[in-house]
Design a protein. Structure first.
Length: 541
């Protein structure tokens, strides 16, 4: 539940929701000037730019199906036999393929547009410099997500329709990364606790120290994304981030609060509560098997086996059994269509629960615990202390100057933090004590015998951390960067990625018509054209 201050914020968002109609994702709307000068709308001088911040944070974080249909299963954290999820589980397009190809592009540019509008509204108001800096940090956070999904994208000319730019150039991802880091550093440096704080901030409630930590932690994440393509650049910025001061506890976790009662419910949990999704979306065999291999205490907290029978499986008020010994992950790449790929023909199929018309073919497979994850008021995680510590562990293992703490200690901190962060979904059902988490981390220390051994363990834990915190786009991005865990692609008929796990998302489907010259230029720089198989700049190797 939100506190009174957050409740007030969400109500203000709802009141001023009409403002987002003034903004367009890439600035390609020829009527923008008319809309933006409508005398019936509020004026820039009268409008409080703070109201846009929470909306930008909410829209950016609330990805829902936009991450469930692709990345949650490309990274083999979740699995499903439901045809609607074939996009992610089997790399086979369902009727919604083009819609989900477009959604991150459209939704995230819309969120970034709100941050750009904030900057326009406060550019001549030095007393609101902190709001400008926070909106810049948020814009960088958003733009990294977009470019990591698609590759080269409009950046330098994006969101400038009011200035007459209706066909923005597609900047190279390398130049985008350079620009993001420069903008981020400038914004962090400008944060000043002596000035007015942002008042509609649903992440840190305007706390400037927290925003500095978030800025440097984001800088670290951006830096580490470049390890394959430019290790020296990655090192420079990772060391700068560490010196600036990254997250120091799970209290720093960047998470966006939601509130279903005011129309701002969590879209990921909302999607998983849909009847077909609830019945057929499960933790993957890869994910559950990894947790079971080390008796990970998260297993008994995040997974449950439904009560027997189809009726019980569908009853969202009926808790499942979280006994770690009975958890089984669903293998990716199966269906309920009666053929060779039907899950009942899988060699390790455990059998159904229930009988006759009440039989549940997936009844013994583990689902995300309803009482932990599926509140419509659950937070959306953007970046966690655990992620930051694991990235610092990798930087230290590479021999970079990121402080005196050892790679092994950063790794231990990251593992413990990942476990204890689950309580931020639900303090009761997600509780793993720091003692139990520490015991596990002590029993499973980082292998420092070789760099490759360290990188494997660190990035496997990053996969578990982001997967268990439902931050699936980040799970997929870091898997592409690191190569860990080693995943076996699904084999299935009519795949859109030639039997490989997708490396990017094709561009928004209307871009060839709306921005043909710049779109063609960007596609020409891709190794295999505008496909799921082309590799983006930082994933080129």
């Amino acid at each position: 539940m939100l506190n009174s201050n957050q409740d007030h914020i969400m109500k203000n968002i709802f009141k001023f929701l009409m403002v987002i109609l003034l903004l367009v994702p890439l600035g390609c709307d020829s009527d923008f000037e008319q809309i933006n000068t409508d005398p019936k709308q509020t004026s820039a001088s009268a409008f409080n730019a703070n109201y846009l911040l929470a909306q930008a944070q909410f829209e950016h974080s609330n990805t829902g199906y936009s991450q469930l249909l692709f990345q949650s299963m490309w990274s083999q954290v979740l699995a499903s036999t439901f045809g609607y999820y074939s996009n992610g589980d089997k790399y086979v397009g369902s009727g919604s393929l083009i819609s989900y190809q477009n959604r991150i592009f459209e939704e995230q540019y819309r969120a970034a547009a709100l941050d750009v509008e904030i900057q326009k509204l406060v550019k001549d108001k030095p007393e609101l410099s902190n709001l400008s800096a926070v909106s810049t940090i948020m814009k960088v956070e958003i733009m990294q997500l977009i470019t990591d999904c698609y590759g080269d994208i409009p950046y330098s000319e994006a969101l400038q329709a009011s200035s007459g730019v209706s066909t923005p150039v597609y900047d190279t991802q390398q130049s985008i990364y350079t620009a993001m880091l420069t903008e981020l550093e400038t914004a962090i440096t400008s944060l000043d606790a002596s000035k007015a704080i942002p008042t509609n901030d649903v992440i840190y409630k305007g706390d400037i120290i927290s925003w500095k930590k978030f800025g440097y932690s984001l800088m670290l994440k951006i830096a580490m994304r470049m390890t394959k393509i430019s290790a020296s650049t990655a090192q420079t910025w990772a060391e700068k981030a560490a010196a600036g001061g990254t997250f120091s506890s799970i209290d720093d976790n960047a998470r966006v609060y939601t509130q279903n009662s005011t129309g701002f419910g969590n879209n990921t949990t909302g999607a998983l509560l849909v009847g077909d999704d609830y019945r057929e979306v499960r933790w993957s065999e890869t994910f559950i098997s990894f947790l079971k291999s080390t008796n990970d205490p998260r297993l008994g907290v995040i997974a449950e086996v439904p009560a027997a029978g189809k009726t019980a499986n569908a009853n969202q008020a009926l808790a499942g059994d979280s006994n770690p010994a009975i958890q089984i992950g669903l293998p990716n790449g199966h269906d309920l269509n009666g053929g060779a790929t039907d899950i009942t023909n899988y060699g390790l199929y455990p059998g159904a629960t229930g009988t006759g018309d009440d039989a549940a073919p997936l009844g013994k497979y583990s689902r995300p615990v309803t009482g932990l994850y599926l509140s419509r008021d659950a937070p959306n995680f953007l970046l966690s202390y655990s992620q930051t510590e694991l990235l610092l562990a990798e930087a230290k293992a590479r021999g970079w100057n990121v402080g005196a703490t050892t790679a092994a200690q950063h790794y231990s901190n990251g593992v413990i933090a990942a476990m204890t962060s689950l309580a931020q979904f639900n303090a009761t059902t997600g509780a793993i004590s720091s003692g139990d988490a520490t015991t596990y981390a002590t029993a499973h220390p980082l292998d420092v015998t070789t760099l490759s051994a360290s990188l494997k363990m660190i990035n496997e834990q990053y996969w578990v951390t982001t997967g268990s915190l439902f931050n699936f786009i980040e799970t997929w991005s870091n898997w592409r960067r690191s190569g860990f865990p080693v995943l076996t692609p699904v084999t299935y008929a009519s795949q859109f990625s030639a039997g490989a796990i997708p490396r990017r998302i094709p561009y928004q489907s209307q871009e060839p018509a709306n921005n043909p010259v710049n779109y063609a230029d960007a596609v020409g720089r891709l190794s295999s054209g505008d496909t799921f198989g082309s590799r983006i700049w930082w994933d080129a190797q």
